[in-house]
Design a protein around this ligand. Structure first.
Ligand code: GLP
Length: 232
């Protein structure tokens, strides 16, 4: 699964060396990043002109904090390839700046040009980025309160539940839907039910990822366990 996802992204980097990639954190894409590092080390990929925008960040965690998504990205990808750090973007986790930094992030993306491929993982409640189930689809990058179930799910990365931030900043569903292509990565049997809801249920903000049914160019790479409940 990770190899297929890495090849999908590698093809884009080879075809368009100055591509703009949208990247995701979480455990699901770690193998994909490992494969990309391997392709770089083998001399197949050059990241020198690639630019990246990450989906989200916890509010209240500094880039040096090991649980921050900036730290995650440096650790799993950026520090191991020849991407200039100034080409990599992760929303600011500064709580006081949160309202404002969403606008700045949107502006940076607008100036860079459209994201060619947006990588997405899938939350257990159907969230993408940190877009939690809601009454409406969020349009742009903004602060968001995390669901208790998301805090529970992400607690495994922290020493205790109390340490998991309650707020995050995330690209909106509108931001994500503007990417030219989407690459959705889903694995494990605990994601089978929500994946069925995402692909075969109604399009609704109460299952944010269901909006991907309306994206004109969305590719799903999943394992058999995650696909086990799909009817089609
Ligand atoms: C977090 C991230 C999401 C990610 C999700 C699933 O909440 N904000 O971007 O997709 O977790 O994570 P995992 O891949 O570890 O299941």
């Amino acid at each position: 699964m990770s190899k297929a996802a890495a090849i999908f992204l590698a093809a884009e980097i080879i075809n368009h060396p100055d591509t703009i990639l949208g990247l995701a954190t979480g455990s699901t894409p770690i193998g994909t990043y490992e494969e990309l590092v391997r392709l770089y080390q083998a001399g197949i990929l050059d990241f020198s002109k690639v630019r990246t925008f990450n989906l989200d960040e916890y509010l209240g965690l500094s880039p040096e904090n090991e649980q921050s998504y900036r730290y995650f990205m440096n650790e799993h990808l950026f520090s191991h390839v020849n991407i200039p750090m100034e080409n990599t973007h992760v929303p600011s986790g500064d709580e006081k700046e949160a309202e404002h930094s969403g606008e700045i992030y949107e502006q940076q993306m607008k100036e860079a040009g459209p994201i060619s491929i947006q990588v997405l993982g899938l939350g257990h409640d159907g969230h993408i980025g940190f877009n939690e189930p809601a009454d409406a689809f969020a349009k742009t990058t903004a602060p968001i309160a995390l669901e208790e179930s998301t805090i529970d799910a992400n607690q495994r990365f922290f020493a205790s539940r109390e340490e998991v931030p309650k707020m995050a900043i995330s690209m909106g569903i509108g931001t994500i839907m503007r990417a030219k292509k989407i690459l959705l990565l889903v694995n494990g049997k605990e994601k089978a039910k929500i994946l069925r809801e995402v692909l075969e249920g109604p399009v609704t903000p109460s299952c944010p990822a269901s909006i991907l049914q309306f994206h004109p160019d969305c590719t799903l790479i999943c394992d058999e366990e995650a696909a086990s409940l799909l009817r089609k």
